[in-house]
Design a protein around this ligand. Structure first.
Ligand SMILES: Cc1ncc(COP(=O)(O)O)c(C=O)c1O
Length: 352
């Protein structure tokens, strides 16, 4: 607390990101990064862009990247917005599209940045309880609201809803913006992008951080009909004209174009996820059905926080969320098979 703070700063509850410790030999399964890293073509493009042109500002409209994304999905370039990680895109979405008189709806168990944005921008929100299996029940969103945001697959559970349910949600609220956060969709979910042309109230947000292994580059994007994208552009151009630097733009375009790398590595990751889920079940864990690059698992009779601590003392980081409905669980990002094997060995030792 300081006398120099603006009043709003005193009321903020900042998001707690997973730790990024600089410890060598650590097995880091706590922030859903991709163990395989980016396409070598993305690295080469970043290296090639590292030259004298860095003295110049980057393209403020990220045109080449937006064109590449639009072409893949049969959209117009004006239907795509790009930002500094999907967290920044989401921040603009909350400010530009989700702040209305009636409350914003999102699940009570979800990406914990959402209530943080609401407090920052003074957005009234209502957390809709997930059911006893931590599943989102679309029927529970049939209530009056200002807007809806839903990750599909959801975090931190990894559970995906079928596209038919997502369409029912969007179609059921034609006068309200409905935002689907698809940070993890490439690991087995069904994307809502094909619905964009049909629904003017739909915005889909995706990221290069997970399935493209570029969390460190900070590139995210949103897709929707022109009026929604225009709202994001208006916020962006009132905040930071150049959110994507030259290296990020070069790397993201090359990554997007390397379909072969993308397909091979997401398949590898999904296979490792199924393998790890089986191993964990063999150790007595209850593992939720995941369509993401992590699993959410609890061991009956074992304290989640204590398990996370015991793993940490063995140089393995996983994520624990102490809120009431999630505190029994560990969220474990999928690493290489060798990393997952080390995790399973450590858990076997801890469980005795
Ligand atoms: C559901 C969800 N949305 C968005 C993000 C933000 O990703 P990034 O800012 O790296 O694009 C995350 C990060 O973990 C997430 O879990």
């Amino acid at each position: 607390m300081s006398q120099f703070w603006s009043p709003i700063v005193q009321s903020l509850r900042p998001y707690m990101a997973g730790e990024q410790p600089a410890i060598s030999g650590l097995i880091k399964l706590n922030t859903n990064e991709n163990p395989y890293g980016p396409s070598p073509k993305a690295l080469a493009a970043i290296a090639a862009a590292t030259d004298d042109t860095l003295r110049l500002y980057p393209d403020p409209s990220a045109l080449r990247l937006r064109q590449a994304i639009a072409a893949r999905h049969g959209l117009d370039v004006g239907d795509v917005f790009a930002g500094n990680g999907s967290d920044e895109v989401l921040a603009h979405v909350f400010q530009g599209l989700l702040n209305h008189d009636a409350p914003l709806l999102f699940p009570d168990v979800t990406y914990s940045f959402y209530p943080t944005y609401c407090r920052l921008y003074g957005i009234d929100f209502r957390a809709v309880p997930v059911d006893e299996n931590l599943q989102v029940r679309i029927a529970d969103y049939g209530q009056d609201c200002g807007a809806i945001i839903l990750p599909n697959p959801n975090g931190p559970t990894g559970i995906a809803r079928p596209l038919s349910e997502i369409e029912a949600l969007i179609g059921g609220h034609p006068d309200r913006p409905v935002v689907i956060d698809e940070a993890y969709v490439d690991f087995g979910g069904e994307s809502a992008v094909p619905l964009i042309k049909k629904y003017p109230n739909l915005l889909v947000v995706q990221t290069f951080s997970k399935s493209r292994g570029l969390a460190g580059l900070r590139v995210g994007f949103a897709m929707g009909q022109r009026p929604l994208i225009e709202a994001l552009e208006r916020v962006k151009d009132s905040f930071n004209s150049y959110p994507l630097n030259r290296l990020a733009l070069a790397g993201a375009v090359a990554s997007w174009e390397d379909e072969d790398w993308f397909e091979r590595h997401r398949a590898l990751l999904m296979a490792s996820r199924e393998r790890l889920a089986l191993e964990l079940k063999g150790l007595g864990f209850v593992v939720l059905e995941s369509a993401a690059n992590f699993v959410f698992a609890r061991h009956p009779g074992r304290d989640g926080a204590a398990l996370a601590l015991a793993l940490r003392s063995r140089a393995i980081l996983v994520r624990h969320f102490p809120a009431e409905r999630t505190r029994d669980f560990l969220r474990i990002s999928i690493g290489t098979d060798a990393e997952c094997d080390r995790l399973v060995e450590a858990l076997r030792e801890i469980l005795g």
